[in-house]
Design a protein around this ligand. Structure first.
Ligand SMILES: Cc1cc2nc3c(=O)[nH]c(=O)nc-3n(C[C@H](O)[C@H](O)[C@H](O)COP(=O)(O)OP(=O)(O)OC[C@H]3O[C@@H](n4cnc5c(N)ncnc54)[C@H](O)[C@@H]3O)c2cc1C
Length: 453
């Protein structure tokens, strides 16, 4: 099996490495950095910035833990160097991993010549032609920038220009209140910026459980974040002092020193010349795939953001694994199929948010009978010891069988704690299985057992 992967992000790397382990001859074509946008622009740098901001936030609360006179001084050059060193380290690890498995990596931009051949414009300027029995398109996505947003990388920024920006904004206006938008609100408030958030609906995080969104909203408001609800940005300009003004469709104008756009992404398909391979796109430019990630051409797969499913690195990785299994003819029984409804996700704010499976509001909308149990961290010893007892754990289960259907966590370490509920949802465990686990004390995880009880 000669397998060619276009795009070295989480989907491409996982597919390449697993297919090689299963015995395929694999080539990865990546035009930029191994690890993809996830490593260079998205997951890793954003979480590294949030980690630095989190440290600043923690130190600002130091007096509550019995420590005084803590000096705070974010050093932008050091932060930038730290992010670069993490990215480089991860790229090297990916390169070593693929190298150790005999995967050939070509740096260059790929385009299809026909359904069994691609041409790669390498960085040295040569054009290489490659044939394959199976192809994976894993070219990811990029931030959406509408015509009305004159991005300049100085004061009007996309997320890719914020790690860190040339200066810490005095007053940042964030456009977009989905997961990415709220993470950047949180990131910059911890760096001391005044932050305003334009929320097109009446709730931030419109896709999330209202109770979860409300908890974050309260925290934002308490820390001085200004929310402009029911407003859609329609223009951004700069005044004579260089400051930005965002014009909204309801007539409001919001002024700030900087503006950051977080209004979704667009798929990277343009350079691929997919028509030559006969691969179809949907109206938004994503490649529709079946549950094996197969496109309309049976030996051409698409995984990761370009597949238009859940735009998460974790999902991209799992799709890559499924692609490798399928091309190598491994058993793909129903229970091995990827169930996107069971993907855990997190929002790296403070309090942190994570959820998985069926949400309470969703069950309510479906008219489905559920049992919901909720425990606040305020009663948890470890949370009190850590000095942060915000938030709660909520578990949704089937009242007849006790099987765990989903859960949401708001609070410290939510992204780690959700793993227990994710495992329960995937393995069809019951609330009793969580209750009867002998857990550590004192630990945040004890709240999981209490919520399950
Ligand atoms: C700010 C931000 C933060 C995020 N944080 C998280 C997070 O914490 N957790 C999480 O799970 N998800 C997060 N995501 C989402 C996550 O980054 C994406 O879902 C993930 O990167 C998708 O992986 P992928 O493999 O599809 O593609 P990508 O990571 O986008 O990689 C695609 C690769 O393909 C290459 N490529 C494109 N075209 C060609 C071509 N023609 N030839 C050769 N190479 C090509 C690109 O250079 C790129 O390296 C975040 C997204 C954003 C915007």
């Amino acid at each position: 099996m000669n397998f060619v992967v276009v795009g070295g992000g989480p989907a491409g790397i996982q597919a390449a490495s697993y297919a090689a382990r299963l015995g395929a001859q694999v080539t990865v074509v990546e035009k930029d950095v191994l690890g993809g946008a996830a490593n260079l622009w998205d997951c890793i740098p954003s979480k590294a910035m949030i980690a630095t901001g989190g440290l600043l936030a923690l130190l600002s609360r130091a007096s509550r833990m019995g420590v005084s006179d803590v000096q705070l001084y974010p050093e932008l050059d050091s932060i930038k160097a730290r992010i670069a060193s993490i990215t480089e380290h991860l790229e090297r690890s990916n390169r070593d991993l693929l190298g150790s498995q005999g995967v050939r990596v070509i740096q260059g931009e790929a385009r299809f010549l026909d359904s069994h051949h691609i041409a790669v414009q390498s960085i040295s300027g040569d054009e290489i032609e490659l044939g394959g029995d199976a192809f994976l398109i894993a070219t990811g996505s990029r931030p959406r920038v509408p015509d009305w947003a004159p991005i300049d990388g100085d004061r009007i920024l996309t997320t890719r220009q914020a790690y860190p920006p040339p200066e810490i904004p005095k007053h940042l206006v964030v456009i977009g209140s989905g997961v990415t938008g709220v993470e950047f609100v949180h990131m910059f408030r911890t760096f001391g910026s005044k932050v305003s958030l334009i929320v097109s609906r009446q709730q931030i995080l419109p896709q999330k459980d209202p109770e979860v969104a409300a908890a974050l909203e309260t925290d934002f408001l308490d820390s001085g974040v200004k929310l402009y609800k029911g407003a859609r940005a329609k223009g951004i300009s700069r005044d004579e002092d260089g400051n930005v003004v965002v014009a909204c469709d309801d007539g409001r104008s919001i002024a700030g020193s900087h503006c950051l756009l977080a209004i979704g992404s667009l798929p990277n398909y343009e350079s691929l010349e997919l028509d030559k391979a006969g691969v179809m796109l949907d109206d938004s430019g994503y490649i529709p795939v079946d549950h094996h990630c197969v496109s309309n051409v049976k030996h051409i797969y698409a995984a990761g953001d370009i597949s238009g499913k859940l735009p998460l690195a974790s999902v991209a990785t799992m799709q890559g694994r499924k692609v490798a299994e399928h091309i190598m003819g491994l058993d793909t029984r129903e229970h091995h199929h990827l169930d996107y409804d069971k993907a855990a996700s997190a929002i790296f704010t403070e309090p942190e948010i994570a959820d998985v499976g069926l949400a309470e509001a969703e069950a309510f909308a479906l008219g489905r009978k559920i049992r919901v149990t909720k425990v606040p961290f305020a009663a948890n010893a470890r949370a009190l010891i850590n000095g942060d007892s915000r938030g709660f754990i909520k578990i949704v289960s089937d009242p007849a069988t006790g099987v765990v259907l989903g859960g949401s966590i708001v609070g410290e370490r939510a992204a780690e704690l959700i793993s227990v509920i994710a495992l329960a949802v995937t393995a069809h465990l019951k609330v009793a299985d969580i209750v009867e686990s002998l857990l550590v004390h004192p630990a945040l995880a004890e709240a999981l057992a209490e919520a399950a009880d």
